[in-house]
Design a protein around this ligand. Structure first.
Ligand SMILES: C[C@@](CO)(OP(=O)(O)O)[C@H](O)COP(=O)(O)OP(=O)(O)OC[C@H]1O[C@@H](n2ccc(N)nc2=O)[C@H](O)[C@@H]1O
Ligand SMILES: Nc1ncnc2c1ncn2[C@@H]1O[C@H](COP(=O)(O)OP(=O)(O)O)[C@@H](O)[C@H]1O
Length: 304
């Protein structure tokens, strides 16, 4: 029996443990090196089959842009596959946007994975990833479904095994537009000045990732690498620096994710985070969350 609907499809957020700008392509896109980690903080999507070929989105909470990334992903897959089926897509948005947490990109990836199944297309993962890159630089990572060392603009993925870890995340109210940060005069674009990682050969990085650098303390420091977009984002949005100071005071470390404005701290690898905050501690309208990393995407296996 063919599928009629898929409910409660998760779209997890990500964060960038570090993000180095290591060069620039001829078309102006910046070449990056980063470690992307999946989080247990997710949007939820529902998909219902439509025989008339139409694609429609329904917002179950926050109102999304009319032509949002889930709808664009659905249209791209429909066109590329020549499929005559359509879908009603409902989105319950939990992950803040303009945050550097990749929520919109993850919605797009989960839409590709869900419609591949609902429409019975059986595209392999690599084919979905090629289409995903046309939707956004972060989308292939979410389709890939594994924590990864990421290069290029987001298309070169080396899966890595990381210990499950806690992260404390705060998102000040002001969103940050990715394009504005990459266009900033404050952005370091000199690849000589950036740290270029020879990923597998860098024992210091491997130790830092595995928490072995200084025993348990390594999980609560941010001693390796940096986010090269952070200075530009702090200039554009002073609340980013305020969020970093807020986390430093509670967790002893902080770093911005992606192009911001969310900032995170490592908060331990045990059953519980090493610290937390009280209900009234967050400044007004800030969103805060203690989140655990995932070993793999909840939809892992859907594209095999
Ligand atoms: C910075 C990162 C790191 O994970 O994430 P976010 O902050 O968005 O989560 C990504 O590289 C963002 O990827 P994504 O959000 O998909 O960006 P896109 O929509 O493809 O690009 C928006 C615009 O940013 C600029 N851009 C983007 C990526 C890149 N490597 N170089 C760029 O110069 C381009 O001007 C592009 O038109
Ligand atoms: N489904 C979606 N969820 C969130 N943002 C979306 C979506 N579709 C389009 N967008 C647009 O994409 C922008 C970036 O969203 P997102 O992928 O969450 O990126 P970031 O990681 O930079 O926060 C948003 O500011 C919003 O205007």
């Amino acid at each position: 029996m063919s599928l009629r609907a898929l409910y409660d499809v998760p779209a997890p957020a990500k964060l960038n443990l570090f993000l180095h700008v290591v060069g620039r392509r001829a078309d102006g896109y910046h070449l990056l090196q980063s470690i992307f980690v999946l989080l247990d903080w997710c949007d939820t999507l529902h998909f219902e089959l439509r025989a008339d070929g139409a694609l429609a989105r329904h917002d179950l909470g926050a109102v999304l842009p009319a032509d949002d990334l889930s709808l664009r992903a659905a249209r791209a897959l429909q066109q590329a596959s020549g499929c005559t089926l359509g879908a009603d897509i409902s989105v319950l948005k939990n992950v803040p946007w303009g945050a550097g947490l990749g929520g919109g990109s993850s919605d797009a990836a989960s839409t590709l994975l869900a419609l591949n199944r609902l429409w019975g297309l059986h595209w392999p993962r690599e084919r979905l990833q090629t289409l995903a890159l046309k939707l956004g630089a972060d989308v292939p990572f979410f389709v890939g479904g594994r924590n990864a060392f990421v290069e290029g603009i987001g298309e070169r993925l080396t899966p890595i095994a990381l210990p499950r870890q806690w992260f404390a995340l705060v998102k000040p109210p002001q969103p940050v537009a990715t394009a504005a940060i990459f266009a900033s005069p404050l952005l370091r674009r000199d690849s000589d000045a950036a740290i270029v990682v020879d990923f597998l050969a860098d024992t210091q990085l491997m130790q830092w990732l595995s928490g072995a650098e200084a025993g348990a303390a390594a999980m609560t420091t941010m001693s390796w690498g940096r986010n090269d977009l952070q200075a530009a984002a702090e200039d554009h949005c002073p609340e980013v620096a305020q969020a970093a100071r807020w986390l430093e005071a509670r967790f002893g470390n902080s770093r911005m994710s992606g192009s911001g404005s969310a900032v995170f701290a490592r908060a331990g690898a045990g059953d519980q985070p090493v610290a937390t905050w009280g209900e009234n501690d967050l400044p007004p309208r800030w969103v805060g969350r203690l989140s655990r990393s995932l070993d793999q995407h909840p939809l892992w296996g859907w594209a095999d």
